[in-house]
Design a binder for this molecule. Structure first.
Ligand code: ZN
Ligand code: ZN
Length: 265
């Protein structure tokens, strides 16, 4: 597979398996042109060692990726991070991101207020709410996140569909708003294959959304969201077909938070 996998977790986050070295070996074995770690930055509103790395582990994570870069001089390993958009803690988030020279920062929306929308233990909440309002609130947060300028890429753009809950009205006007906001804020999106492993059984984002992002000129990256070494670049053939089906001919890599445009293979 001739695409980089930029969304790889590590055991630092408390819910990924294997050893960090094994993810590098998996990427090399699959012949990826490059890879990038993007583990979960600490959440500042809650401390949960099963959701993210701890604040003390952040420098250890950065050092570990630098060490792997030194050990593999013939293979590009990027230093990324996945950061939650938590509206009440943006100062702490900005400070943490400014402390290190990341190659890229993924923004993710996993929370609507205090509700962890992608956690199975809170799935019941979907039944208690108006699904169309949930979608609207979720994508509003995605747009707000993009406008902060803190993030380079929004990850799993429609993760709100994870458990198969679908809006009952046409969301295209909202998706166009999202596309315009991302384009204006210079934020890319990620084609993420982990949705194929989730109840929804689909790539993030849907082809409907991806086509709209393409219309607005929002660039793409690729990620498996691997939480186990064998998941590195999993289903990337499907991601590539998805990108092409939406009309994309290019994607972007990142170095020092600068985009590197490349043609699709
Ligand atoms: Zn995770
Ligand atoms: Zn992730």
């Amino acid at each position: 597979m001739n695409l980089p996998d930029y969304h790889i977790h590590t055991p630092f986050c408390g819910h990924a398996g294997g050893r960090i070295e094994e993810y590098v070996l998996a990427a090399r074995k699959r012949g990826l042109p490059e890879m990038g770690f993007a583990d979960h930055l600490p959440l500042f509103h809650i401390q949960d060692r099963t959701l993210t790395m701890s604040e003390e582990d952040l420098p250890v994570y950065v050092d570990k990726v630098h060490e792997l870069q030194r050990q593999h001089p013939d293979f590009t390993i990027r230093l990324g991070i996945e950061a939650d958009y938590i509206t009440t803690h943006l100062g702490q988030l900005a400070a943490a991101l400014a402390r290190y020279r990341f190659d890229y920062v993924y923004g993710s929306v996993h929370f609507i207020g205090g509700w962890g929308i992608d956690q199975s233990r809170f799935k019941f909440e979907f039944e208690r709410r108006d699904i169309n309002e949930v979608y609207e609130k979720y994508f509003q947060l995605v747009m707000d996140a993009a406008r902060t300028g803190l993030f380079d890429i929004m990850t799993h753009l429609d993760v709100v569909k994870k458990y198969g809950h679908r809006p009952t009205v046409d969301m295209q006007p909202l998706y166009h708003e999202v596309g315009a906001a991302l384009a204006k804020s210079n934020v890319a999106i990620e084609l993420n294959s982990s949705g194929l492993r989730k109840p929804v059984g689909e790539i993030y984002p849907s082809l409907e959304i991806l086509k709209i992002m393409r219309e607005h000129g929002v660039p793409i990256t690729f990620g498996s969201d691997a939480h186990k070494p064998p998941q590195v670049s999993q289903d990337f053939d499907q991601l590539l077909a998805h990108a092409r089906a939406a009309g994309y001919e290019d994607y972007v890599g990142f170095s020092g938070r600068e985009r590197i445009p490349r043609p699709l293979p």
